[in-house]
Design a binder for this molecule. Structure first.
Ligand code: SF4
Length: 352
């Protein structure tokens, strides 16, 4: 394994390396990190929201509502899951990305019942469900530890834990953008426990809002150190996925936080992710938030995966992300970038 960069080395490279050199180095590292250098992977899944009720009130999220907003609040019914799953299976999906919210009344029994029911009806369907903040919330609500919560969720049918809710792993930033969300320490603890149980996870970063540039590097180093602490043989983080803050209509936008996205800055983050994360194989390009063209360039800047075509996505889309893909467009984009597209599952096994 490559020797890890020190924090100061990472800061220096991020601040000073010319973009072309940064991307060239990241691309060279991609080639020695992945098993097929000419392959870019992609996935078919469907994001289904368990509920839109959430007490977190993140200022970048237009999706959630409060429990008393009865005209908007919903909990997805089993009949609705059946319809969405059947549609997804028809389109070739092999998993559901089940995103929740911090619902003030849904404890561990609700999720156990839901996951068991879905697995009973669709035993081959993979459940990539919840996230570290929801696990912390469910544990508190149910009066049990997060470790116990993870064990019970896994017994009920949880296959993998998404990396959502990381944003920037700094409590100063979290207080500003999502004050009621579990802390950075809690996110790290839940992920560490998931790795102890060998529940595979991913890691994310949402940036370009109120953080300082070096806090992005700090975030990457936290993820790298957490991966280094996983038990031998545990799969840990299977991928890292950075995406940009989408501001449209959000409370952060109303408070004057303007988007700081630029394509070149995004490519620098993709390249730095590949360079710093010496112990995570897969770096995903976020076509949903940066668009197909920039995602295509990211594949030459350290990324090796295009993520899912997302048959349904409601959270980021409600804040202005408008790009859409079907399976043909996804594969055409990967080919145009000079790679062979391979359909994968959540654990990066090829499906075609
Ligand atoms: S981003 Fe997630 S945790 Fe935050 S308010 Fe929206 S649904 Fe709740």
């Amino acid at each position: 394994m490559r020797e890890p960069l020190t924090r100061n080395e990472a800061y220096y490279i991020y601040d000073n390396a010319p973009l072309y050199e940064l991307c060239s180095v990241a691309d060279a590292i991609r080639k020695i990190s992945v098993k097929d250098i000419n392959v870019v992977t992609w996935q078919i899944d469907r994001n289904v929201n368990i509920t839109n009720v959430c007490k977190s009130g993140c200022k970048f999220c237009n999706f959630h509502c409060k429990p008393h907003e009865t005209d908007k609040a919903y909990i997805t019914t089993i009949a609705e899951y059946r319809q969405k799953i059947n549609e997804a299976l028809e389109l070739g999906a092999d998993q559901l990305l089940l995103q929740g919210g911090m619902h003030p009344r849904l404890g561990i029994e609700f999720y156990e019942k839901l996951f068991s029911q879905l697995k009973k009806e669709y035993p081959k369907l993979r459940l990539n469900a919840l996230g570290a903040p929801e696990v912390s919330h469910i544990a508190k609500l149910s009066g049990i530890t997060t470790l116990e919560t993870l064990k019970r969720l896994r017994s009920a049918g949880l296959d993998t834990l998404p990396g959502a809710g990381a944003e920037i792993l700094s409590d100063d930033i979290r207080k500003r953008i999502s004050p009621a969300k579990p802390s950075a320490r809690e996110w790290v603890q839940v992920m560490h426990e998931a790795h102890q149980l060998d529940i595979p996870t991913t890691a994310t970063m949402m940036y370009g809002h109120v953080e300082q540039p070096h806090q992005r590097i700090d975030h990457l180093i936290t993820i790298r150190d957490l991966q280094a602490a996983k038990p031998e043989g545990s799969r840990g983080f299977t991928a890292f996925i950075p995406w940009i803050f989408c501001p449209t209509g959000t409370r952060l936008e109303q408070e004057g936080v303007s988007p700081r996205f630029s394509a070149t800055e995004y490519l620098r983050i993709i390249a730095m992710s590949r360079i710093i994360l010496n112990n995570i194989t897969n770096i995903q390009a976020s076509w949903l938030t940066v668009g197909k063209e920039v995602a295509e360039i990211a594949l030459k800047s350290g990324a090796n995966d295009m993520g899912s075509i997302m048959i349904e996505e409601n959270v980021v889309s409600s804040a202005g992300a408008t790009t859409r893909f079907d399976r043909e467009a996804m594969q055409a984009t990967i080919r145009r970038a000079g790679f062979t597209p391979r359909l994968r599952d959540q654990l990066y096994n090829y499906r075609d």
